[in-house]
Ligand binder design. Structure first.
Ligand code: HAM
Length: 443
C-alpha cells in the first residue's frame, strides 16, 4: 500500500487540486507579504523548528489549549524533552536573549516564515502542520509601535488584494490592571461556577482570562456578560490604549474594539489584535498578535517590551484564492516564453533562453525533454506558458520565428503572434510589448 501524508499535513505543490495549496498561490502571497514587512524595516530570521518543551510551557502557558493538548512533544535519543514548535514567538525570544541583543542592539525588527505544528482536529483552515509568516519587534514600548504594526498589517492585506478584512482590537492593560481585573473576573466567574465546563471551573481561579477564550457554548455565554477589562485599567494602561486607537483612526484604519478578545496564548500584555476574513468560514482568523512586554524578562532576559504578529499562510492563500475565483481573475503563473525545438535547433534554444533570461524580466522554460514537437507544445500548454517559440530548420536559416500566443483570449489585440528575430533583444522587446498590452487590456 502506498504511504500517504499524515492527516492534517498538506503538500504544497504546483497545480494542486485545491488552489490554496498550489505553490504558485503561495508565491503570490509570500512575495508581497515579505516585501511589505521589509518596507517597514523588518529583517528575516531563520530559527529552529524544534525547541525544548519547557520553552513553550513557560511562555505560551501550561493552561492554554496549545500547551495542554496540542503539542507534538517527544524524548530524543539523549533523553531531552523536545517539541515541534507550535508558534514562532517563544523561539524568537529565546534567540533574542541567547544572542544578547538586549545589551548590544535592543531594537530589533524580525520576520520569519516556516512550519508550525499543533495537534488540532483538522478542518478547513485548520491543520496540524501549517505555515506562519510573522514578525516580532523588540524594545519598542510606545503606542506608536502598536499602531504601526496594525497599520502595516492592514497594508499587507491590501497588498494581497484582500478586502472585507475585519480588525478586532483589545488591550489586556498593564500588570496593575491585570491584577485588578483578575480579581473582578474571578468574583464574577464564582457566581457561575456550575455553568462552566470542567476545565474552566479549574481555570476560573488559576487563570481566569482563559475562560474568556473557551470555545464551549456554555462558557461563551458567561464570557459574553463578563465585566469589561477596560473598567480595571490603570491610568497608564488607559492612556496607552487610547493613544493606539487614536493613531489607528488618524491613519483611517477601520477597527472594532472587542472587549472579549483575549487571544489563546498567555504571554500577552497590553494591546492585542486579530484580523478576520469572511472568506474563511469557521476558522476566520487570518492573523493575530499583540504586545508581550514581560516575556523577554520572564524567559531570563532583560526587561524589554515587545510586540508581534503571525498570519497563517493557508488562511491567506484560502482568502486570496476565494477572491481570485470571485473576481474571475485568470492566473498566469507559468513561463512567459516556452522554447520548443526540433532536432538540430536545441543549441539555439538553450542560448536564446539564456539571452532572454539575462534581462531578468521574463520567465523562460526551454524544453529539454528530447521528445517530439507535439509533446513539447502540450507541455508548454500544461506549464501555463503564455508564448511559445518553435525552432526548426527554417528558423535556423531565416533567423526569425513565429511567437505563438497560447492564451490569445487574454488580450484582444491582433497581430501579436508576430515574426520575431531570433536574438535576445528582439525577443525581450516582443515579450515586453505583449505584457504591456495584456495588463492594459485587463484594467
Ligand atoms: P496564533 O493566533 O496562535 O498566534 O496564530 C496566528 C495565526 O496562525 C492564526 O491567526 C491563524 O491564521 C494561524 N493558525 C493558527 N493555528 C492554525 C492551524 N492549526 N492551522 C492553520 N492556521 C493556523 C501566534 O501564533 C502568535 N505567535 C502570534 C504572535 C507573534 N504574537 C506575538 N507575536
Amino acid at each position: 500500500m502506498a504511504i500517504t501524508a499524515i492527516k492534517g499535513m498538506n503538500d504544497i505543490v504546483p497545480g494542486a487540486r485545491d488552489l490554496f495549496l498550489d505553490s504558485a498561490i503561495w508565491d503570490r502571497v509570500l512575495a508581497p507579504a515579505t516585501s511589505v514587512l521589509a518596507s517597514y524595516g523588518y529583517r528575516q530570521v531563520l530559527l529552529p523548528i524544534v525547541e525544548n518543551t519547557s520553552l513553550f510551557a513557560r511562555s505560551i502557558g501550561s493552561e492554554t489549549d496549545i500547551v495542554s493538548k496540542e503539542m507534538y512533544s517527544f524524548t530524543d535519543r539523549g533523553g531531552e524533552t523536545l517539541t515541534l514548535r507550535p508558534e514562532g514567538t517563544a523561539g524568537a525570544v529565546r534567540s533574542y536573549i541567547e544572542h544578547n541583543f538586549g545589551k548590544t542592539s535592543p531594537l530589533q525588527r524580525w520576520w520569519y516564515f516556516g512550519p508550525m505544528f499543533r495537534a488540532e482536529r483538522p478542518q478547513k483552515g485548520r491543520y496540524r502542520q501549517f505555515y506562519q509568516i510573522g514578525a516580532e519587534l523588540f524594545a519598542a514600548g510606545a503606542p506608536t509601535a502598536d499602531a504601526e504594526m496594525i497599520i502595516m498589517l492592514a497594508r499587507l492585506c491590501e497588498a494581497l488584494g484582500l478586502d472585507q478584512v475585519g480588525i478586532r482590537v483589545n488591550s489586556l492593560g498593564d500588570n496593575e490592571s491585570r491584577i485588578a481585573y483578575r480579581e473582578t473576573l474571578t468574583k464574577y466567574l464564582s457566581t457561575h461556577q456550575n455553568e462552566l465546563c470542567e476545565a474552566c471551573q479549574r481555570r476560573s481561579n488559576s487563570n481566569p482570562l482563559r475562560v474568556l477564550d473557551c470555545k464551549r457554548t456554555s462558557c461563551k455565554a458567561i464570557a459574553e456578560n463578563a465585566p469589561d477589562i477596560m473598567q480595571s485599567f490603570s491610568k497608564t494602561a488607559q492612556q496607552h490604549f487610547e493613544q493606539v486607537l487614536d493613531l489607528l483612526a488618524n491613519n483611517r484604519i477601520e477597527y472594532q474594539r472587542d472587549p472579549r478578545l483575549v487571544r489563546g496564548l498567555d504571554y500577552y500584555t497590553g494591546t492585542i489584535f486579530e484580523f478576520t476574513s469572511k472568506a474563511l468560514g469557521a476558522q476566520d482568523a487570518l492573523l493575530g498578535g499583540g504586545r508581550y512586554d514581560r516575556l523577554v524578562n520572564e524567559l531570563g532576559g532583560p526587561d524589554i517590551p515587545a510586540i508581534g504578529f503571525a498570519a497563517g499562510i493557508e488562511r491567506l492563500t484560502l482568502a486570496v484564492a476565494e477572491k481570485a475565483a470571485k473576481d474571475r481573475i485568470q492566473t498566469l503563473d507559468g513561463p512567459h516564453l516556452y522554447i520548443a525545438s526540433m532536432p538540430g535547433a536545441e543549441k539555439l534554444a538553450l542560448s536564446l533562453g539564456d539571452a532572454v533570461r539575462s534581462q531578468r524580466r521574463h520567465l523562460v522554460e526551454v524544453d529539454v525533454s528530447g521528445k517530439g514537437l507535439k509533446a513539447q507544445l502540450k507541455r508548454a500548454d500544461r506549464a501555463g506558458a503564455r508564448f511559445a517559440l518553435v525552432l526548426g530548420e527554417d528558423e535556423l536559416v531565416s533567423g526569425k520565428a513565429k511567437l505563438k500566443d497560447l492564451r490569445s483570449d487574454l488580450h484582444p489585440t491582433e497581430g501579436l503572434a508576430t515574426m520575431v528575430e531570433l536574438n535576445g533583444k528582439a525577443l525581450v522587446a516582443a515579450l515586453d510589448a505583449v505584457t504591456l498590452v495584456a495588463s492594459g487590456a485587463k484594467s
